[in-house]
Design a protein around this ligand. Structure first.
Ligand code: GLP
Length: 241
């Protein structure tokens, strides 16, 4: 595990974006694993800027997002499909048919999970997987106690995660308690993994991830098993190391 500690969130975003720039310039048809949440937004802004200036192209790239709420259509403003369109895909030269987010409206979610795994495999596997981290150490929607070899599946969200994400939903708006998420095993299959964390409220989760022990109680600690995992954090998120 490589730990990169930078001054602030802006530097973390720029560092993360540079990893994606290098990847795309090395291999135009890269398979990128993408994440939602507030942390990657600044990285996506960097990528949009680099794309506008001609430094990178997504024309031949393929993307797979980590997770999606089960029960939301992709047109729902709180769906992760909608988030990705708004925050990245609508602003870059990617072919939308090459962007994948687990289907939150799947009639048969179990089959949809298997299909998602098959699509990743058919694309040749993920080259670089971006991750944020939940306060409880979750990655994607792999909540504590998730199997360390798990594959894409339906997961129930913990109360902590539902509460943390409630800020995005209106007071009377339906907030899903279920998700489809890549498994920890799926994430570990990526050739490279880049986890971003900023702010003091992530410091505890970062400490558990980096200093161990390796345990399903902190799903992100599974990254200790990965041969090319980079943890990019600001000083606040590093404050408990
Ligand atoms: C959600 C997502 C995670 C993300 C986490 C943290 O639960 N499923 O992929 O890492 O939120 O989000 P934030 O970056 O907003 O703290």
């Amino acid at each position: 595990m490589q730990i990169v500690i930078l001054k602030n969130a802006a530097e973390v975003a720029a560092y993360g974006a540079d990893i994606f720039e290098k990847q795309l310039n090395r291999k135009a048809e890269s398979v990128l694993g993408l994440a939602t949440g507030s942390t990657p937004v600044a990285l996506y802004q960097n990528l949009i800027e680099k794309n506008k200036q001609g430094g990178i192209s997504f024309k031949d790239a393929v993307t797979f997002n980590l997770d999606e709420y089960l029960g939301l259509e992709g047109t729902h403003p709180q769906s992760y499909r909608y988030f990705m369109n708004e925050q990245l895909f609508n602003h870059i030269d990617i072919n939308k048919d090459h962007t994948h987010v687990p289907p939150g409206n799947a009639k048969n979610p179990v089959e949809a999970c298997q299909e998602y795994e098959a699509q990743i495999a058919a694309a040749g596997g993920v080259d670089v997987q971006l991750l944020g981290i939940g306060r409880n150490g979750h990655i994607g929607f792999n909540e504590p106690s998730s199997g360390l070899t798990s594959r894409t599946r339906v997961k129930t969200l913990t109360k902590e995660t539902i509460d943390d994400n409630a800020r995005f939903f209106g007071p009377d708006e339906y907030q899903p308690h279920l998700s489809i998420t890549m498994g920890i095993g799926t994430i570990l299959d990526a050739k490279k993994v880049v986890l971003l964390a900023t702010g003091e409220n992530k410091a505890e989760a970062v400490k558990a991830t980096v200093e161990g022990p390796l345990t399903a109680s902190c799903p992100a600690s599974a990254l200790q098993l990965h041969r090319d995992a980079v943890i990019v954090i600001d000083e606040a998120a590093a404050s408990k190391l």
